[in-house]
Ligand binder design. Structure first.
Ligand code: UDP
Length: 477
């Protein structure tokens, strides 16, 4: 059937996000992207997680909620997300509870057939359901394609990354538990109709897109950076969770600073550092002499402790001494808003993929400090492959950010890396120029005619084609 014969009616899609901000925020942005093109999407989630999404509900974007079995797993009522816990044990409980959502979600999927199911790779069972229902399944895992290529290579070559378009030597080895968790998930993922990637083709690079498709036989659709869907300061501030500071407060503070003079520090939504590590970081930031915005997550489960107790890591007099130089945000920060301000000159980051691609979109160079998941791969894309950041020298790879780290990254290494970017020497200027150029490409990618905009159009066409095949009884899946 030719393209002109396609039924042009809106597609219907179900989205199933995994309950962790790093997975949920971008997948819900992707759902919004489809809705913005006139398609009908339903996000299937749980009650607490639905809370932050209600503002997006329209006749094109609906929510379907199922109960999260918190009690069954011994979690407090309302704790339904990895960002709501602070221990390895509780994170395992949240994961287990998420796996128990299969029953109610499958029940819903069977009674509400659609044209496509887009599910997080942490729900491999969707493969069986989609196959049974003869519905195309797309996977989202929140990784860059570069990281995926590296993971596939590592898993095929006994923990060594090789045969990639660039020679990559990682600064650490992934923990066995992480490999055991992700390896089978990636094997199921490649049986899907394709993956949706929160990145733009120019950052992963054509060489990695071809490498991925050649080595896995699987299709990747780059439709990002998806954070670009937030246009106004309000949308940027409300992305994910509600920010603890207003857009106005952030912007007026940043407006008082020179261009590229502020270091932004944030380690994502999950990672928790020890008091010793926080102390070293504070000493390094102060010694570097630059202005800063530092996001320090509230320690969950420690709400009843006094502020002094919770913040005993803070060097004596730190806040008083830095009253005009720094802003500490305790809790959820409006990251996309902050990164987009001209005063921000560098981002000290754990290299979570969302944070990385958000920094790239804003043209902000990075100081890389990977901690868990696939962040050590992202670090190499940033520092060695694209040359838009410098490494702090972290060498301890956790399964997840709650684990008490054995090594502390010393203040000297942190200060040195910060100075490399913030002191404005030749190297810093070159890195900044490359970051700025990539930022322009990132923003152009999502505009009409840009690579991600076109990819979304061809993905939509492909799903329409599959719908036609189903109608005429040819199994498309
Ligand atoms: N984020 C935010 N404010 C915060 C902490 C995190 O907006 O205070 C957002 C950030 O912009 C990103 C996501 O949460 O979109 C974190 O995802 P990432 O992949 O960077 O790291 P993870 O939290 O999964 O480790």
């Amino acid at each position: 059937m030719g393209a002109l014969d396609l039924d042009d009616g809106p597609l219907r899609l179900h989205f199933i996000p995994y309950p962790s901000p790093g997975h949920m925020i971008p997948l819900c942005d992707i759902a919004r992207l489809f809705a913005s093109r006139g398609h009908h999407v339903t996000i299937i989630t749980t009650n607490s997680n639905a809370h932050t999404l209600r503002k997006f509900v329209s006749h094109r974007l609906r929510l379907h909620t199922v109960n999260f079995p918190s009690r069954q797993l011994g979690l407090p009522e309302g704790v339904e997300n990895l960002a709501a816990v602070n221990s390895l044990e509780d994170s395992a409980r949240v994961h287990e509870a998420a796996m128990l959502l299969r029953g109610p979600i499958e029940w819903f999927l069977e009674r509400n057939p659609v044209d496509c199911i887009v599910a997080d790779f942490f729900f491999p069972w969707v493969h069986d359901v989609a196959t049974k229902l003869r519905i195309p399944r797309l996977v989202f895992n929140g990784f860059s394609l570069f990281a995926l290529c590296a993971m596939h290579s590592m898993y095929a070559n006994d923990n060594v990354v090789r045969d990639l378009p660039h020679r990559i030597t990682l600064n650490a080895t992934p923990p066995k538990a992480l490999v055991d968790l992700t390896k089978p998930l990636l094997q199921t993922e490649v049986k899907s109709h394709g993956i949706i990637v929160n990145n733009f083709a120019e950052l992963d690079g054509e060489e990695y897109i071809q490498h991925y498709e050649k080595t896995t036989g699987h299709k990747a659709w780059h439709v990002g950076p998806v954070s670009q869907i937030c246009r106004t300061a309000e949308e940027k501030t409300e992305r994910g969770q509600e920010s603890v500071v207003s857009a106005h407060k952030c912007l007026s503070w940043l407006n008082s600073k020179r261009a590229n003079s502020v270091l932004y520090i944030c380690f994502g939504s999950i990672n928790q550092f020890s008091d010793k590590q926080l102390y070293e970081t504070a000493c390094a930031v102060e010694a570097s002499g630059c202005d800063f915005v530092w996001v320090v997550p509230e320690k969950k489960g420690k709400e009843n402790e006094s502020k002094e107790e919770r913040e005993k890591w803070l060097p004596k007099g730190f806040e008083k001494r830095n009253v005009t130089k720094g802003m500490i945000i305790r809790g959820w920060a409006p990251q996309v808003l902050i990164l987009g301000h001209v005063a921000v000159g560098a981002f000290l980051t754990h290299c979570g993929w969302n944070s990385t691609v958000e920094a790239v979109s804003a043209g902000v160079p990075m100081i890389t400090w990977p901690v868990h998941d696939e962040q050590f791969y992202n670090e190499k894309l940033i520092s060695e492959v694209r040359g838009i950041g410098v490494e702090v020298g972290a060498e301890e790879w956790d399964v997840i950010g709650f684990v008490e780290k054995k090594k502390v990254v010393g203040r000297e290494s942190i200060e040195k890396a910060v100075r490399r970017l913030m002191d404005g020497g030749d190297e810093a200027q070159q890195i900044r120029r490359r970051a700025r150029e990539l930022g322009k490409k990132a923003r152009a990618a999502v505009e009409e005619g840009g690579s991600s905009h076109k990819n979304l159009t061809s993905l939509i066409d492909e799903l329409k084609r599959l719908r036609e095949c189903r109608k005429s009884n040819n199994n498309p899946v």
